[in-house]
Design a protein around this ligand. Sequence first.
Ligand SMILES: Nc1ncnc2c1ncn2[C@@H]1O[C@H](COP(=O)(O)OP(=O)(O)OP(=O)(O)O)[C@@H](O)[C@H]1O
Ligand SMILES: [Mg+2]
Length: 509
Amino acid sequence: MNFEQEIETLIRARYPILYVISSEEMRVQQLVLDIAQRRQKKVFEWSCSTGIVPAGASIQSQKHRNLATRDPIAALDQVIEQVEPAIFIFKDFHPFLARQNHTVIRKLKEIALHLKNSFKTIVLVSPVMEIPAELEKEVTVLNFPLPDRAALNGLLDHIVEDMKQFSQVDIDLDEAGRERLIQSALGLTMNEAENVFAKIIVKDQRLSGEDVNEVFAEKQQIIRKSGLLEYYSTEESFGSIGGLGVLKDWLRKRSRAFGDDARRFGLPAPRGILLLGVQGCGKSLCAKAVSSQWQLPLLRFDMGRMFGSFVGSSEENVRKAVAVAESVAPAILWVDEIDKAMAGTQSSGHTDGGTTARVFGTFLTWLSEKQAPVFVVATANDISQLPAELLRKGRLDEIFFVDLPTADERIEIFRIHLAKRGRLAGELAEEQMLRQLTEASPEFSGAEIEEAINSALYDAFDAGVDLQKEHLLNSLSQTVPLARTMEEAIDRLRNWAAGRARNASTPRS
Ligand SMILES: Nc1ncnc2c1ncn2[C@@H]1O[C@H](COP(=O)(O)OP(=O)(O)OP(=O)(O)O)[C@@H](O)[C@H]1O
Ligand SMILES: [Mg+2]
């Protein structure tokens, strides 16, 4: 059943009070008007500034004000007096449902009884949910969905039609471009989508599938306002990851997984992955690269931020944060170093009254129940800190083990980082030279190779010459890789991963 059918059924079944959570009053109202027309009911709207007026009456016209009913009690009285079948839309009624407004709450409860035996319905529309315990049994809560593909497609049609009269505007939307633009705008309200399309047209005099970044910027606003997630913008792509072929291939295969084509093909949306492995081997890098590869916004979920610093409980913060992520979906939710945040879940009963454990419980519940296309990328170094529930099948699609790079992978990493610094030239570009560097860096992680290159660059700069292989070899020889001091821990990780996790790169020879 879609939303419209659901709400219509409830109205026909004489549910007295419907609570629609949405910030899109106009869309809700249009939908109610459509239903009312079919069912031959009148529609009235109420706000604390106009009182009860016929729905759709312009706010400019003075005569369409009913000042006496601006007071919520008076308004509810008028609902009772109405004899014909009708639907009353109350906009932003939630402040009047706060605990201290006991009279309003009581009145609404009594009206509910009256409405059950009438052909009248109250529809409360608010962006937030505020239901006092007294009304829990009388009120039915509905989440109004954001515009879907079809609705956004309609909006685009409308805009394209409108723009035809302006010859200087270049609308360049083929099937694929349209799909990308619509995909990127999913998660915005109709108004937000309309605004951002208008902004692009005004700014660039054009609209095409290339404009997805502008749409992401609009989403960035939403995320910033919520204060719980960080919108992470990144330039990293698969081209900046050396090795990890199996993981990259897995991700590449799913790059169109959230599109319409994939749905038509019958593919389930991917849920998420856990990247487990050795420090500095590219786990965080992969999370960033997925975002640009898939052209989805990257939202960083910082467990630490969920605790304390805000009013409201930590669990509530987690719920809000995932709701924000869902509201801009499709998106990637990046939970970096999930083990660090989890540290202490086992013992937290003693130290923080179990808050950490509860916060994780909330997160894990969401993870297993989530319907929205939010792809989770979690990273971790230490399995001993991870709760078994996270690793259970069904929560995530796959656990990848990211090991130290093999010799061949190190060659790729040298290439990438030398090229990034404009030094993949001359003798440094030669295969044999790269082999030599690779042999001089056994057990090195990608991060350590990058560090060694940076430090060699400093040496060269200091000596007043350009980078030469001696600088690199020297710098490599001075590095003691973490793997040497952490051998035991890495072995433990490898042992755990064998059989439990998939190797992110082709098996070591
Ligand atoms: N496979 C790789 N290819 C290219 N660069 C790499 C690779 N691995 C690491 N690096 C470089 O090292 C930097 C640090 O790596 P990254 O932050 O991804 O490591 P990590 O696995 O998340 O480590 P940690 O467990 O400490 O968080 C990267 O930004 C990148 O420049
Ligand atoms: Mg990391």
